[in-house]
Write a protein that binds this ligand. Sequence first.
Ligand code: APR
Length: 232
Amino acid sequence: MAGKIVVLTGAGLSAESGLGTFRDEDGLWAQHRIEDVATPQGFARDPGLVHDFYNSRRQQASGAQPNAAHAALARLQQDWPADVVIVTQNVDGLHEKAGARAIHMHGRLDGALCHACGARWPAPARMAPQDPCPDCRSPATRPDVVWFGEMPYHMDEIALHLQACTLFAAIGTSGQVYPAAGFVQEAAYAGAETVELNLNATDISAAFDHHLIGPATRIVPAWVDRLLAAAG
Ligand code: APR
């Protein structure tokens, strides 16, 4: 019987949509220092630099189109006879553009958050340090993305899904960032079958039962076709 599927996605899923990954050669972390642009301390030191970084990523993401792998996951979510929960580390919004629903554990580029009062609202195309919060008027607005040293969003909900799934898949993620890198163990502990879909082996490949190696636009649609065919 078809059971709940949890799919964890990372930057490799959007690579073929033209968005850079973080840790591949020429990835974002080869061009920017994490501590400058992706930590609360970096934001406190130079909010203008951090806004510039996310403004440019927001602009790239808003011009990007979902690829065949995003489309296949949307199809799986629609046609699979049980629940398909997509948990994404990506902040680009391409799952939604492809017609899927996703839990955004690292936030979203199209969201703004007030550092002072916690209010949330849709991010404008460009954010700047002096932008006032629409609620409390503090000039303390930031992108609604999770930085290093901060707690990812929706962790309780994700833990419940992992405990209840029968199949866990990780797609296009290097397995270097926790807590997401530990999801495969949580799912396996709950009895789920696990599969990794990636261009290469990763630091956590040994934790998975099965491996599909190749570009996401080729291996994800084929994997989804096989699952749906087996479900009848
Ligand atoms: N198809 C499939 N996998 C791919 C492709 C592709 N076309 N291109 C790259 N990959 C794989 C790489 O082999 C690598 O394992 O995607 C992975 C990308 O890894 P990272 O750049 O580390 O991205 P991710 O795992 O999503 O990073 C996690 O780190 O910096 C933070 O918050 C950021 O959410 C991000 C988190």
